[in-house]
Write a protein that binds this ligand. Structure first.
Ligand code: SF4
Length: 445
């Protein structure tokens, strides 16, 4: 049984959780990114940037203490300090090569994002050296936001002090659940005690924005436990709460076990239950004063707490992706770096661009990309798209919008197309209709 003949992704999301990607994170689908377009990236950066898109930097740390059973990223849990040193130095070479190119001359990042993997896996010393070098190569003194993803069990007060010192404004804690049995069952490395101590240290240090991630529908999740998790988040009162519904892509440990056992459905809650859990969480958060600002996010004070990385990226910003597997988007070209750490390092050390696949997008594809990403915010502004792309969403997608209105998913308020909560919680399964015909049946990855 091969992956492609096993189970199709469950776009309907009406019932059981089947294997496949549900979350739509980019467009056109990754399966259309290719070798032929790779040279477009190096051609583009030889000329000054023609547009006015803000620039961001995504820096990837591919190391983790343990591989979670639901993880679908390429992560390394067995690297020693020499391997890590080699990687960090290759990433700085990569950044330097970009920074010297005309496309980046005179531009400073408006946002920086450290993602993974686990950025907080790096030691305080490694982080200090790394960020000092990054700032020398491409100063980020104009960045409006610096986000740093953390696994709670890797954080000490000293490390958090260093993270605060080098300029992180948005600290994102991958809590996922507060129950130690569920954390263990899902292969997480941390336990709830570490969440509380990390949170307390971080609060004490005065980070502008602390985010807590939760996952609705981990293995063995129950109604009672989920409700308890949400209560604990409300008690901690972070600035931002992000909730994902568990999906089971083909390269996860959970899928491997399903395949071995010949199961078609993943042993996690079905989609209606996961949506109900997120809905209940949002209701509790709203009662506690939070505002739901996207399909996955609630914030305590929408005027004070922004998520600039997301908002800029979803509005077409340039993003320089650095590191193994990193995704970038420059001047309308999507690209992804090599996904094997040794090949990535070899390539950079050999003086070559470590890009694995790319896609030179067409204007229409960029329009669709922004539109599908902005649906996830719950409100799409017609005038914005008309101004930027000269396209009327109401005219072009009259059939889809009429259907959504008929189902009670959509209402119109002036130029704003506003999704109902029910629609927002299933938005990733509603986006296929916007894809160009040639992209609809594609595997997403
Ligand atoms: S911590 Fe995150 S990146 Fe690392 S294995 Fe777990 S899910 Fe994957």
């Amino acid at each position: 049984m091969t992956e492609s003949t096993f189970i199709k992704p469950d776009y309907q999301t009406e019932d059981e959780t089947k294997a496949g990607n549900y979350f739509v994170s980019n467009y056109p689908p990754f399966s259309f990114w290719n070798d032929e377009d790779v040279p477009c990236v190096s051609s583009l950066i030889k000329s000054p940037s023609a547009g006015s898109a803000p620039l961001g930097v995504y820096y990837h740390v591919p190391f983790c203490r343990k591989r979670c059973h639901f993880c679908y990223f390429k992560v390394y849990t067995d690297k020693n300090s020499n391997d890590i040193r080699r990687y960090l130095s290759a990433t700085m070479e990569e950044l330097k090569t970009y920074a010297e190119m005309p496309y980046f001359k005179g531009r400073k990042p408006k946002f920086v994002y450290f993602g993974g993997g686990t950025p907080s896996y790096l030691s305080a010393k490694q982080l200090t050296e790394l960020t000092n070098q990054m700032k020398e190569i491409l100063p980020w003194d104009e960045a409006e936001e610096v986000t740093f993803e953390c696994e709670p069990g890797t954080l000490s007060e000293k490390k958090l002090e260093v993270i605060k010192q080098f300029g992180v404004t948005r600290l994102s804690l991958g809590v996922e659940n507060f129950n130690d049995h569920i954390l263990q069952t899902n292969g997480r490395a941390h336990r709830s005690k570490e969440v509380f101590s990390a949170y307390e240290f971080a609060r004490g240090l005065g980070f502008d924005n602390i985010n807590i991630d939760l996952i609705a529908g981990m293995l063995e999740e129950t109604d009672g436990n989920w409700s308890d998790c949400v209560d604990q988040v409300v008690d901690l009162s972070p600035d931002c709460v992000t909730i994902y519904q568990m999906e089971v892509p083909f390269n996860t440990g959970i899928f491997k076990t399903m395949k071995e056992e010949g199961k078609l459905s993943a042993p996690v809650a079905d989609w209606p239950t996961k949506r109900r859990w997120v809905s209940e969480a949002y209701s509790k958060l709203e009662e506690a004063g939070y505002t739901v600002t996207s399909a996955y996010t609630a914030v305590k004070d929408p005027n004070a707490t922004k998520f600039i990385y997301r908002d800029r990226l979803w509005a077409g910003a340039d993003m320089l992706g650095v590191g193994v597997s990193s995704f970038g988007h420059l001047g309308g070209i999507h690209y992804q770096n090599l996904t094997n750490i040794d090949r990535y390092c070899d390539s950079v050390e050999g003086g070559n661009a470590p890009v694995r696949r790319a896609l030179m997008t067409k204007e229409e594809e960029r329009f669709i990309r922004e539109l599908i990403l902005q649906w996830k915010l719950g409100t799409v502004n017609e005038e914005y798209f008309h101004q930027k792309f000269g396209i009327s969403i109401s005219d072009r997608y009259s059939t889809i919008l009429a259907e959504w209105k008929g189902r009670g998913y959509l209402k119109v308020d002036g130029d704003n197309l506003i999704l109902s909560r029910d629609a927002l919680l299933r938005i990733d399964s509603m986006l296929q209709g916007f894809f160009l015909p040639e992209h609809r049946e594609a595997r997403y990855v």
